[in-house]
Design a protein around this ligand. Sequence first.
Ligand SMILES: N[C@@H](CCC(=O)N[C@@H](CS)C(=O)NCC(=O)O)C(=O)O
Ligand SMILES: [Fe+2]
Length: 232
Amino acid sequence: MLFHQLFEPESSTYTYLLADPATREAILIDPVIDTIERDIKLIQEYGLDLKYVCDTHVHADHITAADELRSRLGAKTCVSRNASLPCADIALKDGDFVKFGAYSLKVLETPGHSSCSLCFVLPDRVFTGDTLLVRGCGRTDFQNGSAEQLYDNVREKLFALPPETIVYPAHDYKGHTSSSIAMEKVHNPRLKDGVSREEFVKIMADLGLPVPKKLHEALPANLACGKRPAVS
Ligand SMILES: N[C@@H](CCC(=O)N[C@@H](CS)C(=O)NCC(=O)O)C(=O)O
Ligand SMILES: [Fe+2]
């Protein structure tokens, strides 16, 4: 499989390019509008056919490139059914598969960071969005977030994956690129074995994070799959 982990520095977002080199079919997970030219160039340099853009959730901190990639490359836009977005081509649900060539991403519904959070699973890796970050997790204080749900989904769905599964998050603010299920079970300060659900809920309630800088621009745009209002 062809695989690239790409970074957008302003929002510290990871975008993932996945493709089957035999058929050239490709998927982008969480592309950012600010880095769309870089991503399109890479896709064209490889001669790939971008089939799908999959967002792990409706992002609050950056604008998705989904709509523009649909216009320019014909890729279908995929988000959780729980986002109820009329602009999306495909509403994903738990147990669905998103196919590219001989590969398919399995969809896990993991509400917690937001009510529409998804994770995408391949046999050796999982794209965790903001459900599980390296040594952390996404905040749960807006977008219908729920610390209780995040805890249960990490424990029941992500920590149930094989321990060697590589964890690829949607963001990292400290320079990490990936982890593994085994490492997060032991070293994630909020979610490691031994932290109770009640302790986790308190940790999340006490975070006191400022709202994302681009919240008021990103949310309305992303509710339209990244289409920004026309300037008149
Ligand atoms: N400083 C960043 C923070 C963005 C933010 O709140 N990110 C969310 C994910 S969309 C989060 O869960 N962050 C966890 C954390 O900062 O620990 C910004 O303003 O964009
Ligand atoms: Fe997020």
